[in-house]
Design a binder for this molecule. Structure first.
Ligand code: ADE
Ligand code: ZN
Length: 345
């Protein structure tokens, strides 16, 4: 679709109003400090920060690992099916307010089984929230189980085994947590098994790690999308491959800023990825920790990079193209996107 240029204030209203899909967010990263303290109280647990403000003040990170350490502390308060439901419910309400029509939600069970919570408790709670959001808001949401890459292959196989009774509640499998030193090929066999089982496959690669990790996510794990992938820009042959095969990148600008992947948003490469013809999308990653949900990511990134209404349309269109919804629903969502742009003035 050819989009006419519009004034900056109208562009910001359009970014908020446009229908979009969110494909890269970790549900445990949507736990706001207020909910962390409420769940700690409900579960009669101590939490190692005195209050919400002290916890928020600790959200200063210099890399992925420094974030993951605090993020894992937050997950301690999640114990019951209702806790997982309430966390997912809060995110889905928030995403609906940002005109997210469809969300693909990352979660892991290994963190929670490590705390003595059954994988079924996690999956049932999250799934019920997705079903309720469909019924109440008409939005679609599906679940992607991520293996934790700092743990070993055997642990990933056990995780898969524990999730199999809930197979129908999951659309795909992903790979998250500490990237450096944990290349995708560490999980070659378990991803091959997931592929045989019919799961859709994605992996974090090229967030902090080198382009080689993106190559092996594609060629060894055979994933269909790359989460982050911003380091691809350093490898022209890889860029060509991503463009030719229309491999989407789920980019998370505020996450990249907070984890020091780019020193400022003005130096982010989202605009250059789009100019190169990459199927890039905008996502929030861990919105409670990185200063904003999806619309805040759009607003700040467009302001910093001076992106256009045409690029806004492209990013939203890409988000539906890159999603794992069926072709009928994709067409309906893309028609709504087109209608929004045609009637926006
Ligand atoms: N888990 C939660 N957020 C993550 C990120 N940005 N990278 C890798 N694993 C994560
Ligand atoms: Zn992520």
């Amino acid at each position: 679709m050819k989009v006419k240029p519009i004034a900056a204030d109208r562009l910001h209203a359009l970014l908020r109003a446009m229908p979009k899909a969110e494909l890269h967010m970790h549900i445990e990263g949507s736990l706001e400090p207020e909910l962390i303290f409420a769940l700690a109280a409900r579960n009669r647990m101590d939490f190692p920060y005195p209050d919400v403000d002290a916890l928020r003040r600790a959200y200063v990170f210099d890399n992925l690992q420094s974030f993951l350490d605090i993020y894992h502390a937050g997950t301690q308060v999640l114990r019951t099916e209702q806790d997982f439901y309430d966390m997912a419910r809060a995110y889905l309400v928030r995403a609906h307010a940002d005109n997210v029509l469809h969300a693909e939600i990352f979660f892991d069970t290994q963190t929670h089984t490590g705390h003595g919570t059954d994988a079924g408790v996690v999956i049932r709670g999250l799934h019920r929230a997705c079903v309720d959001a469909a019924a109440e808001f008409g939005m679609s949401a599906s679940l992607i189980l991520c293996f934790l890459r700092h743990l070993n292959e055997q642990a990933a196989f056990e995780c898969l085994e524990q999730a199999m009774p809930y197979r129908e509640k999951l659309v795909g499998i992903g790979l998250a947590s500490s990237e450096l030193g944990h290349p995708p090929e560490k999980f070659a066999r378990v991803f091959a098994r997931c592929r045989e089982l019919g799961f859709r496959l994605v992996a974090h690669a090229g967030e902090e790690g080198p382009p080689a990790y993106i190559w092996s996510a594609l060629d060894v794990l055979k994933v269909e999308r790359i989460d982050h992938g911003v380091q691809a820009m350093n490898d022209p042959a890889l860029m060509q491959r991503l463009v030719q095969d229309r491999i989407p990148l789920t980019v998370c600008p505020l996450s990249n800023l907070k984890l020091c992947v780019f020193p400022t948003l003005a130096q982010h490469n989202l605009g250059r990825l789009l100019d190169a013809g990459i199927v890039a999308t905008v996502n929030s990653d861990d919105p409670a920790y990185f200063g904003g949900y999806i619309n805040e990511n759009f607003a700040q990134t467009f302001a910093a990079l001076g992106l256009s209404a045409q690029q806004a349309w492209q990013l939203a269109h890409n988000s539906f193209e890159a999603s794992f919804i069926d072709s009928g629903l994709r067409r309906r969502y893309q028609d709504r996107l087109q209608y929004t742009f045609e009637t926006f003035s």
